[in-house]
Design a binder for this molecule. Structure first.
Ligand code: DAH
Length: 371
């Protein structure tokens, strides 16, 4: 059968009006449907969209339950059997074209959004910037690692403390100036709660709970009520070391210190111990290392002495052992304490202490790659 054409329609129309023939009316209907399908096909071909909303509007218009194709399908049910094949093909073509167009428009939209995001998957990747460790963390870790190699393990204690752990247990006399309000941050006046002024308080906490052998290293933050300047801060960091066992001697202390100095500042480093005083050690000493800038020859950094001071140390005072429940007739021990800022200053020549807490990215970036 040849497809129904325009001239057929005029003819059919004529008969339809004059003879009211139902078959001819059906043919007229078919012709209308074909015209409609052709118009829709042309519309699909021409269609351009700006955005996803318009694609969705197109889908609804054509393919939804109440859309154009669905309503043509309803009419299709009434088509005479002989014409069904032809109209059916036309309708299928329309349906496929509509679906194809939607797929095509969606793919275009996707490519469009990819290209506006400017992702070029063939590009080499941007270098990935990793953060830097804080110089104080780098040095703290290094100190702990060195003592770790000597068998020390890390112990930590609270920053908010009481008089017993910070002062009394460590043999500070009642009128010792370090207890002064000028130095210590008290949480509340007249209440025995304060910010620790040194990490020696961790010694007490460990000794109260553990019997020797004790071999600990205690890193942490400490607080003192000082005006902030390039050489002082109201908080800073210390590492404390404590070794208690039978027969621990000053020679053991000296050997540990020499090992530490060489590991930290290089194998040529020399140490010297000068007598000093701390309430919790007897005898007490301060340790200098040969200036790591001039190698001991003398320079402005070491004030032309060839030596720089780095830490305090000594044999644990028997009173301290007894205060913490360790028998001072059986055990002896040594302790040492150092400022992490001081060591960092020596290692990296950071002249102004305030840099450590300002979080200036230009300062911190200089430690990239160190760990
Ligand atoms: N706690 C002392 C301070 O803050 C440092 C110190 C000196 C710790 C000698 C010690 C030590 O363990 O033996 O200045």
């Amino acid at each position: 059968m040849r497809p129904v054409g325009k001239n057929d329609l005029i003819l059919f129309d004529f008969f339809a009006n004059t003879q009211n023939n139902p078959y001819i009316c059906t043919l007229k209907k078919i012709a209308d449907m074909i015209e409609k399908i052709n118009a829709l096909l042309a519309e699909i071909n021409r269609l351009k969209v700006q955005n996803n909303d318009e694609i969705e509007a197109f889908r609804i218009k054509y393919l939804s339950k109440k859309g154009e194709i669905a309503s043509l399908m309803n009419e299709f049910r009434l088509v005479a059997a002989e014409e069904k094949r032809f109209i059916g093909q036309k309708l299928n073509e329309l349906k496929e074209k509509a679906q194809e167009k939607i797929n095509e428009l969606k793919a275009d939209a996707e490519n469009q959004s990819l290209s506006t995001e400017r992702i070029d998957i063939t590009r080499t990747a941007y270098p990935y910037k990793v953060g830097t460790r804080h110089p104080l963390s780098i040095v703290k870790k290094e100190i702990c690692d060195i003592f770790g190699r000597l068998g020390f393990s890390i112990a930590e204690g609270p920053e908010i403390e009481d008089d017993w752990h910070v002062f009394s247990s460590l043999n500070f006399a009642e009128d010792h100036p370090a207890r002064d309000m000028q130095d210590t941050f008290f949480i509340q006046q007249g209440v025995d709660v304060m910010l620790r002024t040194h990490t020696s308080s961790v010694q007490t906490r460990v000794m109260e709970k553990t019997q020797p052998p004790i071999r600990i290293i205690c890193p942490g933050r400490v607080y003192r009520n000082e005006a902030i300047s390039y050489r002082a801060h109201c908080f800073f960091h210390q590492v404390e070391a404590l070794y208690i066992d039978k027969n621990v001697s000053f020679a053991d202390l000296r050997q540990a210190l020499l090992f530490f100095a060489k590991e930290m500042f290089g194998q040529d480093t020399k140490i010297r111990l000068r007598p000093s005083f701390f309430p919790f050690t007897e005898p007490s000493a301060e340790m200098d290392i040969s200036c790591n800038l001039c190698g001991g020859k003398g320079c402005p950094f070491c004030k032309h002495t060839g030596w720089v001071e780095i830490l305090g140390c000594g044999m644990v005072d028997p009173n301290v052992l007894d205060n913490c429940g360790i028998d001072s007739k059986v055990y002896t021990g040594y302790a040492l304490g150092m400022g992490i800022e001081r060591i960092t200053n020596l290692k990296y020549q950071v002249k102004d202490l305030r840099l450590f807490s300002e979080n200036d990215i230009r300062f911190l970036r200089q430690f990239e790659g160190a760990n």
